[in-house]
Write a protein that binds this ligand. Structure first.
Ligand SMILES: NC(=O)c1ccc[n+]([C@@H]2O[C@H](COP(=O)([O-])OP(=O)(O)OC[C@H]3O[C@@H](n4cnc5c(N)ncnc54)[C@H](OP(=O)(O)O)[C@@H]3O)[C@@H](O)[C@H]2O)c1
Length: 377
């Protein structure tokens, strides 16, 4: 496309649809459509979102949208409404940036919208970073877009698995590594809450062959059978029966639920056997980690980028990539095999389906075995 004087004449005939989420009632959303230019300005790329995944993690981005700046990645200009971030694949429609061509496909962090305009910088064979002014101060991992044609971990047949698991499995992999790196803080047993979540069982998968530690799952009654069927936790209890877990061995709590009352019960039940409390997720809570004066170790917030930085220094970025890609490939190969019974992919179409799916995730009504992905028209 011509990026010279003719730009001013570009047709305003591109319909851009955006799904907006009510910031303080995450089950509520609305669609907004507007006409935009069909071309990209110099220095800009215009991408069309093709498919994305939805899990509880996306709801957590929204729940902590203000506090952790997740709403700032894709501003809506409307105080009450935010753009929930998702991971997915998008195709370049038009480009005003050398090195990024129309038709190319990228993996990354997107708003739930038909299109997104970005201002690529640090363009390399691997991809680019969105250098838009409002994103400059935000965590750079989310500003990075990967060119699928040059991604060693990419396979077109695995796109649904990649967008569903990659953002979670990076945490699973790095959390497992962080715990092992610290010799489990002396624990021989890990107690994992919201054990049915993909991030939790991804962590369990990474730890499956580590000698000297066993895993106990804590989950809801409705998800107990699924968690038992996973086979990666030695013990499975429900939230009601947490106190049936024995207290005789050094225990580490890996918390994906964020549930404050549950955390208090864990501390009181395990008492001096509790050696470390790792706060890794908030599947059931939108509150912050507070010091509530619990006995035992202070809950420690886990943030994957910290361990990634450490391993980049230890192994080099290429070493980290290679290890991560190999682990993720083994994990995806395992979950996608129907015989293992870990995952049923559910591919839905369009913004309306996304709205319903988000409301159901917010209500905690998702099926743990389901992997929800949405294709846009
Ligand atoms: N620290 C990090 O860097 C990082 C990175 C990725 C993900 N995470 C966090 O890990 C958590 C799990 O995310 P995911 O995407 O893996 O989840 P997921 O696969 O969608 O799993 C959802 C599970 O969470 C529990 N749950 C979800 N919503 C609930 C609700 N409204 N009420 C009660 N229970 C609910 C249920 O587990 P049970 O029945 O077993 O409780 C459910 O099976 C999220 O909080 C996410 O933010 C953290």
């Amino acid at each position: 496309m011509d990026h010279g004087n003719n730009r001013d004449n570009a047709e305003q005939s591109l319909q851009v649809t955006r799904l907006l989420t009510r910031k303080h009632a995450l089950n509520q959303s609305r669609l907004e459509a507007r006409q935009e230019r069909t071309d990209a300005a110099p220095g800009e790329v215009l991408l069309k979102l093709d498919r994305f995944a939805l899990t509880t993690n996306n709801v957590t981005y929204a729940a902590f949208g203000d506090a952790m700046h997740y709403w700032q990645f894709f501003p809506t200009g409307q105080e009450e409404w935010g753009h929930m971030p998702v991971w997915g694949f998008a195709d370049v429609v038009d480009s005003g940036v050398p090195g990024v061509a129309p038709g190319e496909r990228f993996y990354g962090y997107f708003p739930i919208a038909s299109h997104l305009r970005m201002q690529p910088e640090r363009v390399t064979a691997r991809g680019f970073y969105d250098g838009s002014e409002h994103r400059k101060t935000l965590t750079s991992a989310y500003n990075q877009y990967t060119r699928v044609s040059n991604d060693a971990a990419y396979a077109s047949a695995l796109e649904n698995y990649q967008m569903l698991y990659r953002p979670l499995f990076i945490t699973s992999f790095m959390l497992a590594d962080f715990l092992e790196d610290n010799r489990f803080f002396g624990a021989s047993r890990l107690v994992v809450s919201s054990a049915s979540s993909k991030t939790a069982y991804g962590t369990a998968f990474c730890l499956r062959d580590i000698p000297g530690v066993s895993l106990a799952a804590v989950t809801s009654e409705r998800n107990r059978a699924f968690v038992q069927g996973l086979g990666c936790y030695r013990e499975v209890v429900t939230y009601d029966t947490l106190e049936t877990l024995a207290t005789g061995e050094p225990t580490l709590y890996v918390d994906f639920s964020g549930d404050e009352a549950l955390r208090a019960r864990v501390h009181h039940h395990f008492g001096s056997a509790l050696v470390y409390d790792c706060f890794a997720g908030s599947a059931q809570n939108t509150g912050f980690l507070r010091d509530t004066g619990l006995p035992g170790p202070r809950p420690e917030f886990y943030f994957a980028p910290v361990q990634i930085r450490k391993r980049n220094a230890d192994w080099g970025p290429e070493g980290v990539n290679q290890r991560f890609n190999a682990a993720q490939r083994a994990f995806i190969d395992y979950v996608k095999a129907p015989a293992n019974g870990w995952l049923t992919l559910i591919e839905e179409q369009g913004f309306g389906a996304a709205q319903e799916r988000i409301a159901s995730l917010v209500a905690g009504a998702s099926e743990p075995k389901a992997g929800y992905v949405v294709r846009l028209p």
